[in-house]
Design a protein around this ligand. Sequence first.
Ligand code: MRU
Length: 374
Amino acid sequence: MTATPSGNKKAPIQTVAWSFGKVRLIDQTALPDRIEFIEYSSWRDVVEAIRTMVVRGAPAIGCTAALGMALGARSIIAESREAFKARFTEMADAFRGSRPTAVNLFWAIDRMMEIVDTLPGNTIDLKDAIVDEALRMLDEDIETNRRMGRFGADLLPDEGAVLTHCNAGALATVGYGTALGVIRAAVEAGKTIKVYADETRPRLQGMKLTGWELAQDGIDVTVIADNMSGMLMRRGDIDCVVVGADRIASNGDTANKIGTYNVAVLAAHHGIPFYVAAPYSTIDFALETGEEIPIEERDHEEMTHINGHRIMPEGVPTMNPSFDVTPHDLVTAFITERGIIYPPFKQNLKQEEETEESGAAQIEGAKPHLALSN
Ligand code: MRU
């Protein structure tokens, strides 16, 4: 594992990459103080990077797990396919245990396992196919985000203000972002957009990451404390809300960063549209409602400390659920790579999933471009 600082502060953000047979991540725990990249040559270290949130954000952790499994596959010495699969399954299980809520993680791992289950050939062929599949996923992620951006840009007002929560940007994906991708696309289309970013306690992804990445791109962003959005909405300062998602149940109930539900309730009260931008890989059709979504409870030190400094009195209990579920009736529409999905969500999300002419089919043949080298 090696860390390198980046000299170029204005380079496009490359959150996750495959670099000369290693997994390369921007260290999100160091931002915005330092722009550092870490290269991983051990798959176990990649599991740890997801767990400790060196990389975070639903699509980013899915793609990182895929690359980590590619790294792991290359390290397997096995005399038979069966032995290879047994070892690869152990790796998959370790990645499954890294974080519980974002379904993209499990979607990506299943996709990697499917290669082993379906592809003929020897273990060398398998290793190559696994690396190729992981790289294809990286490429698809950016393409998916750009498609979402193009659909979503039309929904944003010109000369208007958008509120977002947490970070659903380039840093939460391979690049471009979901919610922030929609904002980027609207700005690229010539719209003047002001962004309000909730700071997002306790880990401050909104302040540290959304504030940083939008400022890097020259997009007008103001970071607010989480308890300010009600006042701004009441004053008429916010035209719409766009957030990302970690898992969406069949009926449209949406898990996203803790505090998203508060924002959705406020938006509904003030008659402000509340959009969720997410790829289809974030929808968990196995779940009927959001009640079934596992909610991660993280270390309470995230509440009691900021940057290693204790801010809470000793001995006072706290809690730290990392996500909440916004009920589907508070969501105006989903912005997906297949188009804008309006209610009734249970019917319309599934119908689009089953449509043959899907966006996913169109990007299936995309060539990987994010490998810096094999
Ligand atoms: O705990 P995190 O930082 O991984 O949570 C991230 C979020 O909640 C994002 O909003 C979500 O993953 C959407 S990312 C495109």
